[in-house]
Design a protein around this ligand. Structure first.
Ligand SMILES: [Fe+2]
Length: 206
């Protein structure tokens, strides 16, 4: 039996989502594979200047930023319903490029609700996901490309990296209560970095 605040949270989480409460535009969403745009929905854009501190070679970062401030990636979130059992997803596009020998990447994050897992589905291009276990610090580098799915367990920081010549387009599908925590990983950064070595991705210590 639940009492007080626990009972309130249980009640809120157990509210049923009715099919009729979801907008028709959220039930079926068309997107453009080349641009990762969803018509009528805003994209959150991250430019090179937004990723200060993410790349290992800070001198190369500052030199490139002095010349241009390109768009590195953009994400459109789709949130049809929230509450117990519901899902949200994000459509992302990460452009190709490097800072020094390090491939373009996303900031990376944990989920605010640490236990929340996520599925990434590669739609276009070729890249990698860098995973880092919060408790042990263990790192894994796994492939994310067209026709490839990546499972991100809970309690795992995750970053997307474009290792190919074309834009990397992907879907991330996660519980509606996952939330995003960028600060925890930004404060110390990922332990590993992915560099290009002999034309191939190479995982090494920061
Ligand atoms: Fe995530």
């Amino acid at each position: 039996m639940l009492c007080g605040r626990g009972a309130l949270i249980h009640f809120q989480n157990s509210k049923k989502t009715m099919l009729s409460s979801i907008l028709p535009n959220d039930l079926s969403v068309a997107f453009a594979l080349d641009s990762a745009c969803i018509a009528g929905r805003p994209m959150v854009e991250r430019r090179l200047s937004d990723l200060r501190g993410c790349f290992a070679d800070q001198a190369a970062y500052e030199a490139d930023l002095a010349v241009a401030n390109p768009l590195l990636y953009a994400v459109t979130a789709v949130e049809p319903a929230s509450g117990d059992g519901q899902l949200h997803y994000g459509l992302g596009i990460l452009y190709p490029g490097k800072i020094g020998e390090e491939y373009y990447l996303t900031k990376g994050h944990y989920h605010l609700h640490r236990a929340a897992a996520e599925i990434y589905v590669g739609l276009r291009g070729q890249g990698m996901m860098l995973l880092e276990d919060e408790a042990s610090g263990e790192s894994r580098l796994v492939e994310l490309r067209q026709n490839c799915c990546v499972y991100v367990p809970g309690h795992t920081a995750h970053r997307t990296i474009n290792t190919g010549p074309d834009p990397l387009v992907y879907l991330g599908i996660y519980p509606s209560n996952a939330g995003h925590d960028y600060g925890a990983i930004a404060s110390r950064n990922f332990r590993k970095i992915v560099l290009e070595h002999d034309g191939k991705p190479f995982l090494t210590n920061r």
